[in-house]
Write a protein that binds this ligand. Structure first.
Ligand code: A4P
Ligand code: MG
Length: 231
């Protein structure tokens, strides 16, 4: 059996649905078994930055598809079936992108396929999901494991990659705030923070401190557990 890691990304709505559908198609494929999937991360676009934020995740699979070009064909069929069009030549918006990161320990460089994926080790939106799957995953082509690579990344790179449970926490704060009839400006004032700070929390871009959460829970008269991101 061959072991492979696949990175998935979408930045055209409904993003979550595209990810779910792609995982479902991989699952349904008779030559593929999904062994583990990562959490879902919302990530700022890298490269061509004038486009929507992505949702990214990764999966570890086992497959009898061999050589790896057969797996690439399958990934591209799934992309196509989910409406993927290639309008901007590189790195533009997409309903779904399936990249093969690793296929066993193979090193391949052909026109259609490069393995390991050439930029995987530089991208927080690939490495953070991979770390969910396997902390100690060792990338032999650069002689480092995933957690070391992440620890070497700048805070700025990592900040652009937010686990979705934080987004959910922010959404809940926004929903309760509206329920209680607060405007964003009014509520930010109550909390002693700026509107943009509160906006970042509600969009899941900033993790509220415990102190802020306590204030929010007091103002909205709900338990702090209600506000915490779901684990
Ligand atoms: N190809 C070569 N090697 C591989 C491989 N290991 N896996 C070829 C998959 N495909 C591989 O890919 C172009 C060609 O790469 C394919 O024809 C295939 O034969 P594509 O999917 O058609 O086009 P693309 O995705 O726009 O190009 P590419 O090179 O995959 O772009 P990137 O570098 O992956 O950039 N920011 C965030 N936050 N999250 C993202 O997911 N993705 C990109 C795409 C840019 N910025 C992003 C994200
Ligand atoms: Mg791609």
């Amino acid at each position: 059996m061959n072991q492979a890691y696949i990175a998935l990304g979408s930045n055209i709505e409904p993003r979550l649905e595209y990810l779910q559908l792609a995982i479902q198609r991989l699952k349904e494929h008779r030559s593929i078994q999904i062994k583990k999937v990562s959490g879902i991360y919302e990530t700022a676009p890298v490269g061509f930055t004038d486009q929507n934020d992505f949702l990214n995740m990764a999966a570890r699979i086992e497959t009898t598809l061999s050589p790896p070009l057969e797996l690439l064909d399958t990934c591209q069929e799934i992309e196509h079936s989910l409406g993927r069009k290639r309008e901007i030549k590189w790195g533009g918006p997409r309903t779904i992108d399936l990249d093969i990161l690793l296929y066993n320990q193979e090193n391949i460089e052909t026109e259609r396929l490069t393995l390991p994926h050439p930029s995987m080790h530089e991208r927080a939106f690939v490495l953070m999901p991979l770390m969910d799957i396997n902390h100690h995953l060792y990338l032999s082509h650069i002689e480092k494991d995933v957690s070391t690579l992440i620890s070497e990344m700048s805070l700025k790179e990592k900040e652009g990659v937010v686990q979705c449970n934080k987004i959910d926490g922010g959404k809940r704060i926004k929903a309760y705030r509206k329920l209680k009839g607060y405007t964003q400006i009014g509520f930010a004032k109550e909390l002693g923070m700026s509107v943009s700070q509160l906006g970042d929390i509600e969009r899941g871009k900033r993790v509220p401190t415990l102190e802020t959460l306590e204030k929010i829970s007091e103002q909205l008269d709900i338990s702090i557990q209600e506000l915490e991101p779901k684990k």
